[in-house]
Write a protein that binds this ligand. Structure first.
Ligand code: ATP
Length: 236
């Protein structure tokens, strides 16, 4: 059974319909990417996974329906969202941001060792742990946003354009860490990206979204060699 299974998902803001019957899956321990141009509905799709927009259709996590649940309850079931624009608390320190990420957890001792594990992935955050989040560089803020989500100990990490606005070397570093986290912690990921080449290197499965509909889906390898994806999204 896939970790996340979505069937016939519709989403709307007021009377504006944005998703029109989308089907997709994230495998247990897998990484799925949703590709698409500006305005295709990628951000809305991620927001739909955590009950932040009005939806119809089925969303099942580990076989249990989560559509219609409140965001807070979805978070408690192990879904962590790293929104676009990062969503760190700028006036709080790095360490305070991480502590807030763990607010749903009761295993206090484990939380302590998770700080260490996260600082292991992101040594710069350890150096800057008493610094206000608002004074970090863009790359460090993205690392903090990801780290805060990891402190939840999620089963599924929702990543909204993590490469946005970052220098290529930082992006490369960040995506290598995503791979390491996926492999060693077994955290599944749903990644939304405009940078298709980057996303297809990390993901095992991909879906191409155009104006709220899936137009192509398959393994990342198959999508990478798809003629129309290559021309429109990979640029070669
Ligand atoms: P981008 O890559 O530019 O962020 P996206 O694929 O993530 O694009 P969405 O942000 O999901 O696309 O937006 C899809 C459509 O929904 C757009 O036409 C957008 O104008 C509309 N939309 C998004 N948020 C709202 C909102 N809060 N109220 C009304 N319409 C919205």
């Amino acid at each position: 059974m896939p970790l996340l299974q979505v069937r016939g998902l519709h989403a709307q803001y007021g009377s504006t319909r944005v998703l029109h019957g989308v089907d997709f899956e994230v495998g247990q321990g897998g990484i799925t990417t949703i590709l698409g141009a500006n305005g295709a509905g990628k951000t809305t799709l991620l927001r739909a996974m955590c009950g932040m927009v009005r939806t119809q259709g089925e969303i099942a996590l580990g076989g249990a329906r989560i559509d219609g649940k409140a965001t807070e309850n979805i978070v408690r079931l192990g879904v962590a969202h790293v929104p676009d624009g990062r969503g760190t608390f700028l006036n709080f320190t790095v360490e305070e941001n991480l502590r807030m990420g763990a607010y749903t957890r009761r295993d206090r001792e484990q939380v302590q060792s998770d700080y260490e594990r996260i600082y292991g992935y992101f040594p710069k955050l350890r150096e800057r742990r008493r610094q206000q989040a608002g004074t970090l560089s863009g790359g460090e803020q993205q690392m903090l946003a990801v780290s805060r989500a990891l402190m939840l100990k999620p089963r599924l990490l929702l990543l909204d354009e993590p490469s946005f606005g970052l220098a290529p070397l930082i992006v490369q570093e960040l995506f290598e860490i995503f791979r390491a986290i996926n492999r060693s912690d077994g955290i599944s990921m749903l990644l939304v990206e405009q940078n298709a080449a980057l996303a297809l290197r990390l993901a095992d499965h991909a879906y191409l979204l155009e104006t709220g509909r899936v137009v192509i889906s398959g393994t990342a390898d198959a999508i990478r060699s798809d003629e129309s994806v290559r021309r429109s999204y990979l640029g070669y």
